[in-house]
Design a protein around this ligand. Structure first.
Ligand SMILES: Cc1[nH+]cc(COP(=O)(O)O)c(CN[C@@H](CCC(=O)O)C(=O)O)c1O
Length: 304
């Protein structure tokens, strides 16, 4: 990722990609406290547009607020910077990664005295779990690792420390021949994927787990709105792993994962073991929105 042409927005200005570096004694590198976002820009008939830019930027600021990281810029500046970095790299569609971190000015648990840096990179990133997965669905394993308790990492924050948990859960799933991990919370109820929220369909109703220990996904809230548009009822409740096993359909949502059907969990076929009809309707509605074909949700698109 480090050796490529292009530009990265770094502490207020565009710098050549290879020059966007930091010292090995960077505080966030040692202690894991940085906050970040995953955002996508899509090609539309009216040009490239960033999907739900305001919501993602607000969540970035919320994450910093929760972890008492003083932001050196305001939201408008960071929103404009995301548009600028897409333009500067001449990207028609891409994935953006805003990152806020403590620098190398000091080490020790307290970051007090370390400078807060902000970087925003953008690069082309296709289907997160593979193009085929979007149609065929993926195989998922319930992780032996639990999602952190809500008083361990703050679930409303997209904070780097959450992702050591995601990394070992995802690694375990891949090593065991699956495509992604599904994590339960500390009480054993379904939380979310390693990098996604999860939905199931049961008797025509779209069901999701209570969001408590999971990230409040923006794609998740998009699916809620699209389900309402399509007249699909939505129910939020505690879900057990075997609720997933006996579901008619299941899918992951996320900025990177978009809407990825789940065909199997723990070697149990979900429904007919393929992308279900309601999943397909929601997936199509999602791509219509992000690619600018749905006039009802144009407000979610920010032209760059
Ligand atoms: C743990 C987790 N839960 C839910 C979501 C879905 O949130 P949203 O993107 O707002 O719908 C994501 C996004 N995962 C990001 C990280 C992917 C990566 O590998 O890095 C993403 O999808 O960009 C998570 O990381």
């Amino acid at each position: 990722m480090a050796d490529r042409d292009g530009f990265i927005w770094y502490d207020g200005k565009l710098v050549p990609w290879r020059d966007a570096t930091t010292h090995v004694l960077t505080h966030s590198l040692h202690y894991g406290l940085s906050v970040f976002e995953g955002v996508r820009a899509y090609k539309t008939d009216e040009g490239t547009a960033i999907f739900r830019l305001k919501e993602h930027t607000r969540r970035l600021f919320n994450s910093a607020h929760i972890y008492q990281i003083p932001m050196p810029y305001d939201q408008a500046t960071i929103e404009a910077a995301q548009c600028e970095v897409v333009r500067a790299n001449n990207l028609e569609s891409c994935y953006l990664r805003p990152l806020v971190f403590f620098g190398a000015e000091k080490l020790g648990i307290s970051p007090k005295g370390a400078k807060v840096h902000v970087a925003i990179a953008a690069w082309p990133w296709g289907a997160y779990l593979g193009e085929e997965a979007l149609a065929q669905g993926i195989r998922v394993k319930v992780s032996s690792f639990a999602r952190q308790h809500v008083n361990v990492t703050m679930p409303r924050a997209k904070v780097a420390t959450t992702y050591a948990n995601s990394i070992i859960a995802n690694a375990e799933a891949l090593q065991d021949g699956y495509d992604e991990a599904l994590l339960l919370d500390t009480e054993g109820f379904v939380a979310e994927g390693a990098g996604e929220n999860v939905f199931i369909v049961r008797d025509g109703v779209l069901c999701e787990p209570e969001i408590a220990s999971a990230l409040t996904g923006i794609t998740r809230s998009t699916i809620h709105a699209l389900a309402a548009d399509l007249g699909i009822p939505v129910r939020t409740s505690r879900l057990t792993r075997d609720d997933i096993y006996i579901a008619d359909e299941a899918f992951f949502t996320g900025t990177a994962a978009e809407v990825t059907p789940i065909r199997e969990v723990d070697n149990r076929k979900i429904g007919n073991g393929r992308r279900g009809p309601i999943t397909e309707r929601l997936q199509k509605a999602f791509f219509d929105v992000v690619q600018g074909r749905d006039p009802k949700h144009k407000d979610w698109l920010t032209k760059i």
